[in-house]
Design a protein around this ligand. Structure first.
Ligand SMILES: Nc1ncnc2c1ncn2[C@@H]1O[C@H](COP(=O)(O)OP(=O)(O)OP(=O)(O)O)[C@@H](O)[C@H]1O
Length: 366
C-alpha cells in the first residue's frame, strides 16, 4: 500500500479546486497500468530535477518518475465527531490516511461564502482540530476505563498505557492535537498503537488569492496560519488553488511562461507534493539503464533488501548486493563507467541503509 496524504478542510476553502489541480496534473496513466482508479485518489508525479539530469546523462528510451497519492476527504462541519453531516465517514477516511493536508482559506472574496460568516484561519483550524480531538478523546476515554481496571492488578503493560493516557487526555480535553506532545522512545509505540487522528503529521495548506502568491508576506491570514503551525511544530505550504488548477492544464513551455508572469519559480503544487513526501519520511532512489531511467520511493531508514523489494519481491528475496553510486558522484562524474573507474561505485550488502538519491543496480538470485 502506498502512503497517502488526505486533503481536509472546512467547506468552501478550496479543497475541490486543489484536488482538481492534482487530478489534472495527474501522473501519466500509461506508466502505471495497474494503479487502482479510485475517484477520491489523485496520483501525481514527484517533481525531481535529479531525474532530468540522469535522463541527460544516460539518454534512456524511457523515463519514469515516482508518484505520490493524495486522497480527497469529504467535507467536515462542526459536530462531525458526533456524527453530524458526513461526520463518521469523514473520521473513517482520515483514519486511513498517513498524513493530513489541511487546507485553510486565506483569500478574501465576498462572492464566496464562508461557512462561519468571515474568513478566519484561526477559527477554521480550531474547528477541525477540535472535531478530531473530540473523536480521539472518545476513544481514549473508552480505553482509559478498561486499562484502569487492569492496572489495579499491577499489570505492567496496563500501567505503561495508563501513564501515556494520563499524558494525552488533558491535551485532548483542551481540544488540542496529540502531535503537540513530546513522547519518549518507550511511549511512542504505545501512542502509535492508539491510532489517534490528532497524532498524524499535518501540513497546513494556506490557500491565498492569486495576487498574493509571489509576495504572500503581507497576507495577515497567512501569518495566523504560520503562527499556529509553529506552535504545533507543523509545516505550511502557500498555494493559490484556483491558479494551480489553471497551471495543471498547461504544457511545459506555457507553464514556464505563466510562472514567470506570476513571479514564482515553481508551481505551488510541486511544493505541496515535496512537502507531503517529506512529511511522510519518504525518499527517492534511482535505477539508471539504457532502457529506462526511473525514480522509486522508499521510506527513510530502509535497508537495501527491503528497498529492492519496492521494485519486485524477487529482488528482495534473492538479494545479493546493491551496486550503489551516490547521486552527487553520478552527477559529477557523468556515467556509471566513470564512477566505477573513480572508485565511487560501492558494493553494498544486506545491512546498508539506502540514502536519498542513491543510483542502484540490485544483484539478485531468483
Ligand atoms: N485561492 C483562491 N482564490 C480565489 N478563489 C478561490 C481560491 N481557491 C478556491 N477559490 C474559489 O472558492 C470557491 C470554493 O472552492 P472549492 O469548491 O474548491 O471549495 P471546497 O473546499 O471544495 O468546498 P466544499 O467542501 O464545499 O466542496 C470556488 O468558487 C473556487 O473557485
Amino acid at each position: 500500500m502506498p502512503l497517502t496524504a488526505g486533503i481536509v478542510g472546512l467547506p468552501n476553502v478550496g479543497k475541490s479546486t486543489l484536488f482538481n489541480a492534482i487530478t489534472k496534473a495527474g501522473a501519466e496513466a500509461a506508466n502505471y497500468p495497474f494503479a487502482t482508479i479510485d475517484p477520491n485518489v489523485g496520483i501525481v508525479e514527484v517533481p525531481d530535477k535529479r531525474l532530468e539530469r540522469l535522463k541527460e546523462l544516460v539518454k534512456p528510451q524511457k523515463v519514469v518518475p515516482t508518484t505520490f497519492e493524495f486522497t480527497d476527504i469529504a467535507g467536515i462541519v462542526k459536530g462531525a465527531s458526533k456524527g453530524e453531516g458526513l461526520g463518521n465517514k469523514f473520521l473513517a477516511n482520515i483514519r486511513e490516511v498517513d498524513a493530513i493536508c489541511h487546507v485553510v482559506r486565506c483569500f478574501d472574496d465576498e462572492n464566496i461564502t464562508h461557512v462561519s460568516g468571515s474568513v478566519s484561519p484561526a477559527d477554521d483550524i480550531e474547528t477541525i482540530n477540535l472535531e478530531l480531538a473530540l473523536a480521539d478523546l472518545d476513544s481514549v476515554e473508552k480505553r482509559y476505563d478498561r486499562v484502569k481496571k487492569q492496572a489495579k492488578s499491577k499489570d505492567k503493560d496496563a500501567l505503561e498505557m495508563l501513564t501515556v493516557l494520563d499524558k494525552i487526555k488533558p491535551v485532548l480535553e483542551e481540544g488540542k492535537p496529540v502531535r503537540m506532545l513530546d513522547f519518549t522512545s518507550e511511549e511512542l509505540p504505545i501512542v502509535k498503537s492508539l491510532f489517534l487522528l490528532t497524532s498524524k503529521p499535518v501540513l497546513y495548506v494556506a490557500n491565498v488569492a492569486e495576487e498574493d502568491i509571489a509576495n504572500a508576506e503581507g497576507n495577515k491570514h497567512l501569518e495566523v496560519v504560520k503562527n499556529i503551525a509553529a506552535e504545533e511544530g507543523a509545516e505550511v505550504v502557500t498555494i493559490s488553488a484556483a491558479i494551480e488548477e489553471e497551471i495543471a492544464e498547461l504544457d511545459d513551455e506555457e507553464k514556464a511562461m505563466f510562472l514567470e508572469d506570476l513571479g514564482v519559480e515553481e508551481p505551488g503544487l510541486d511544493k505541496l507534493i515535496r512537502s507531503s513526501y517529506d512529511l511522510l519520511g519518504l525518499a527517492t532512489f534511482f535505477t539508471a539503464g539504457e532502457k529506462e531511467v526511473r525514480a522509486w520511493t522508499f521510506r527513510k531508514g530502509m535497508k537495501a533488501p527491503q528497498t529492492a523489494g519496492v521494485i519486485h519481491s524477487d529482488f528482495e528475496h534473492g538479494f545479493i548486493r546493491a551496486e550503489t553510486i551516490a547521486y552527487a558522484d553520478y552527477d559529477a562524474l557523468g556515467s556509471e563507467k566513470a564512477a566505477r573507474e573513480a572508485g565511487k561505485l560501492r558494493s553494498e550488502g544486506k545491512e546498508y541503509v539506502v540514502q536519498d538519491g542513491d543510483v542502484i543496480l540490485f544483484r539478485f538470485n531468483v
